[in-house]
Design a protein around this ligand. Structure first.
Ligand code: FES
Ligand SMILES: [Fe+2]
Length: 384
């Protein structure tokens, strides 16, 4: 198959000193987004939603992603699964709102019923009035269609194609890097959850997260406490990249209170925090006293929705007493992310300049961004 802009994509994945960025078409064309949906969002692990939205067995949540309806279902067996949100009979969208299922998931059209594990349980009148079975309908073959999924740091990732490497293998190096943080996350509740609509291509939101280069210019307030020279790129050979700061300080309120830390962390995390982009569309941050997760949901070629969630180390940190301080921390992050919005929107505008060649990278400051470009290019070039 002919790949549009093959030469330019090859340039994007060449060494950073000579590379040019991915060309404009991939940022402004709906055809490019459609190609990305079929390729890099399907064949990798994409962020779909958050496990905290289905905290207990029986909880369900419908989610739409790249135009497809899904249902995230916390089975009564304790397992969180993702299904294509369509009844196996005539395709009605099954889960219509978030909530708790006490019995079965019941289709509103002809009342076929499914267990929360996705098994088809009841097919009323399928063999005629009052006859609920038919010899040609094998219920065991007509369960809800499951999408391969994996929960990591509360993010529900999906691999639509079903044949990506296991999540633990694809992200083995970062899972190892963050193994000290492998402990329960407690969502901060209302106020620790917000969304930002951004008029930009989803890739620009990811690229912006990869770098600290813009810190002094876009985040002057943040730069006062965590300066450009306190940051380093984090590179991998894998499907992630990011940045770290060596000037992390615990969030403190006016009375000098700080949030409890995650348990048994090494002293490194007293002064460091890390921000890693999990390709294609998830951004995670870890700090000694809190964590955040972002899913970048592409809506059109030039529009994305950022879903932001903030987490703490214990149930106490998420009780009412700590809410004002949690809200202050959420406000802090919101203001930082909003500072980024106008700049990623301006990058999107620049992508309409037909003479723009995709851009050039600082061989020192843009390594993590260049790594992302190389990955996206290799996906479009159908390289594994
Ligand atoms: S479409 Fe669901 S039962 Fe008919
Ligand atoms: Fe930023």
């Amino acid at each position: 198959m002919n790949v549009p802009f093959q030469k330019e994509l090859e340039n994007a994945s060449s060494p950073i000193n000579t590379a040019t960025g991915i060309p404009n078409w991939f940022y402004i064309s709906e055809d490019a987004l459609e190609a990305e949906k079929k390729k890099l969002f399907s064949e990798n692990w994409a962020g779909l939603g958050f496990a905290k939205d289905v905290p207990e067995p029986g909880d369900v949540k419908p989610v739409s992603f790249l135009g497809d309806p899904y249902a995230i279902v916390h089975g009564k067996d304790g397992v969180i699964r993702v299904f294509h949100n369509a009844c196996r009979h005539r395709g009605v969208r099954l889960v219509r709102e978030a909530g708790k299922t006490t019995g079965l998931l019941r289709c509103p059209y002809h009342a076929w019923c499914y267990s929360t594990e996705g098994k088809l349980k009841q097919t009323p009148h399928i063999g005629g009035p009052g006859i609920h079975e038919h010899k040609d309908i094998d219920k065991s073959k007509l369960g809800l269609i499951e999408v391969r999924s994996h929960v990591f740091r509360d993010v529900v990732f999906i691999n639509l194609s079903g044949d990506a490497k296991p999540f633990e293998e694809m992200f083995a190096s970062v899972i190892e890097r963050w193994k000290e943080f492998n402990q329960p996350l407690h969502h901060g509740g209302e106020g620790s959850s917000f969304k930002l609509e951004v008029k930009t291509n989803w890739k620009l939101a990811m690229e912006n997260f990869c770098e600290a280069y813009h810190l002094p210019f876009v985040h002057p307030g943040l730069n006062e406490v965590s300066k450009l020279e306190d940051h380093e790129n984090i590179l991998s050979k894998d499907t992630w990249s990011g940045q770290l700061t060596k000037a992390f300080r615990m969030f403190t309120d006016d009375d000098g209170r700080t949030f409890d830390s995650f348990k048994d962390l090494s002293s490194r995390w007293d002064s460091e925090a890390e921000y890693i982009a999990f390709y294609p569309n998830v951004q995670l941050g870890v700090h000694k006293d809190h964590a955040f997760a972002l899913i970048i949901e592409p809506q059109t070629a030039g529009q994305a929705l950022e879903h932001v969630e903030i987490y703490y180390s214990s149930t106490e940190m998420v009780n009412e007493d700590w809410k004002p301080m949690r809200d202050s921390l959420a406000d802090f992050w919101k203001s930082v992310f909003i500072e980024d919005v106008s700049i990623v929107e301006a990058m999107q505008m620049g992508r309409h300049a037909s003479g723009f060649d995709g851009g050039h990278f600082s061989p020192v400051m843009d390594e993590a961004t260049h790594h992302f470009h190389g990955w996206v290019a290799s996906q479009h070039l159908n390289l594994k």
